[in-house]
Write a protein that binds this ligand. Sequence first.
Ligand code: SAM
Length: 280
Amino acid sequence: MSTIDGLPPLREVIATHGLSAKKSLGQNFLLDLNLTAKIARQAGELTGCDVLEIGPGPGGLTRGLLAEGARKVLAVEKDPRCLPALQEIAAAYGGRLEVLQGDALAIDPLVHLVPPIKIAANLPYNVGTELLVRWLTPPTWPPFWETLTLMFQREVAERIVARPGSKAYGRLAVLAQWRAEVRIAMQLPPDAFTPPPKVSSAVVHLAALPAPRFEADAAVLSRVVAVAFNQRRKMLRASLRGLAPDIEERLKAVGIPPTERAEQVELEAFCALARAVAAP
Ligand code: SAM
């Protein structure tokens, strides 16, 4: 039996290539091609775009991205067992798929891609947050990508879109909402995956803003929010003491009560604080 793109169904691909899921690589595969096509469509118009995919595994989402018209997909996969299956997709799609075997954290995708670039991935849970923070915190903006369409554990997705005052509000919300328009695009139950993970998942869509909402240095803002939320129950004058000896004055200067807790601080105030902390 073959599928709409003439390639075998994913269960067959997995059986043929012996792709038993490895927990250490965060392997929870999506085997329903209708579902991977739906996720690919969340990335928006792909015609004329290069797409970076991290962790293609047996290639379900990869096939969705190619079928949706991506000019080129660069798929970065750590597990060498997946390469033969991915090479079959590359052959079927006439050279529009380039596969790199290696660690996504160690690869420079810009050597292989031409703008406009979108990123789409069912991310391995062990490197997902680190990759997202990297994509959100380059020193200059706009970044090399236009949109990110990323599958996370639902709890992580909720942290990305969280508003001040909620338990999920923290570093990811501030960094993401500072420079991007964010929304949860889809929710997926555990049984959408093989093997099913313990938790639900969600696809988050982030569209890079032309400029950050408020002025701040990415590295300083990242450090301020990391320190502030590291001890989220403490008052800021205590949690941020290590950043500057006169932090109480700097907080007051930007209109944040030193007794406030990180959870209550709006994005604009965090950016003002980052500017105050960076000042001599
Ligand atoms: N995209 C496939 C799907 O939706 O069925 C697989 C998703 S699975 C959640 C994550 C994939 O990322 C696995 O194929 C795993 O081998 C790969 N992976 C894990 N760590 C990686 C890393 N550091 N760099 C690149 N790929 C990685």
